[in-house]
Write a protein that binds this ligand. Structure first.
Ligand code: 13P
Ligand code: ZN
Ligand code: NA
Length: 278
């Protein structure tokens, strides 16, 4: 049987949509995403980076799983994002997360295959997302040749997927982490070639969705992207809300409430943008 996350991503693709996967850091983040799920009736994913796990430990996963389980309007799943170490992956699997991103982008191809396959082998019912190529940071200042060398090579996609058994693949096609001011140039021909090379039922993932205008998002969805990762824009809204509420002299609970309101508004807008009318 396919992992639930894969089913949900493929169902979204079938409807011409992508599922938003939102990085969160605390209970407020999980509550914000759940509110957006209830308002839109669309599924979503809350995910943490291993660095926030280091802060909150498995208690953070437990709290988010509890919040997610109470989403009524549509599924809300819990995932570990950009995991590079086996310890955080095993801790998250032990807690019963729905998905793991096994980020082997820094490894050479053979090592990425070996390590990703080992994660798939112990993931049980959880879905595993892998990455081929490596995302540039917005400040990287690479030449075009350097940038191309870091992108996903469509010619190895089929071998990688069959050798690892991954349930989703993150593509590196010019997308960048962060809300860069520079125009992001997606290599559409490369994305189309990746889609053509991948198995029909393999969800494709685009990281770095902060800062991408609606037309780029919609074109990505038409090209087979069915999971879009968002971090920076939600975090920026959170920081602004906390700063404004603090400066207005509000106390902790009211600051937390404003924080949830601000994050939920951004998440809801992203989820609607990821589900364009047919
Ligand atoms: P952004 O910060 O650009 O939204 O990227 C998020 C991401 O890819 C998390 O994995
Ligand atoms: Zn990412
Ligand atoms: Na981005």
């Amino acid at each position: 049987a396919r992992p639930r996350v894969q089913e949900i991503l493929l169902e979204a693709r079938g409807r011409g949509r992508a599922v938003g996967a939102f990085n969160i850091y605390n209970l407020e983040g999980a509550l914000a995403v759940r509110r957006a799920v209830e308002k839109t009736g669309l599924p979503a994913i809350v995910q943490f980076h291993p660095a926030s796990l280091e802060f909150g430990g498995t208690s953070l996963i437990a709290a988010c799983k509890d919040v997610a389980a109470r989403a009524a309007a549509a599924p809300l799943l819990v995932a570990l994002d950009h995991a590079t170490d086996d310890a955080s992956i095993d801790a998250a699997l032990e807690m019963g997360v729905d998905a793991i991103m096994a980020d082997g982008a820094r490894l050479n191809f053979a090592d990425n295959v070996r390590w990703t396959a080992s994660v798939v082998a112990r993931a049980a019912g959880a879905g595993v997302e892998a990455e081929l190529g490596m995302l540039a940071g917005e400040e990287d200042g690479l030449s075009v040749a350097q940038r191309d060398a870091k992108m996903t090579d469509p010619s190895v996609v089929s071998d990688f997927v069959s050798a690892t058994g991954v349930h989703a693949l993150a593509c590196t096609v010019g997308n960048v982490h962060g809300a860069t001011k520079l125009p992001v140039e997606i290599d559409w021909a490369r994305l189309d070639a990746i889609k053509a090379a991948a198995p029909e039922d393999l969800p494709l993932v685009l990281h770095g969705a902060s800062g991408l205008p609606p037309d780029v998002l919609h074109r990505a969805i038409r090209s087979g992207i069915c999971k879009l990762n968002v971090n920076t824009e939600v975090r920026a809204a959170s920081r602004r809300a906390i700063k404004d509420a603090s400066e207005a002299g509000k106390d902790v609970l009211n600051i937390m409430n404003d924080n949830v309101d601000a994050m939920a508004a951004v998440v809801e807008a992203k989820m609607r943008a990821f589900a364009p009318p047919p």
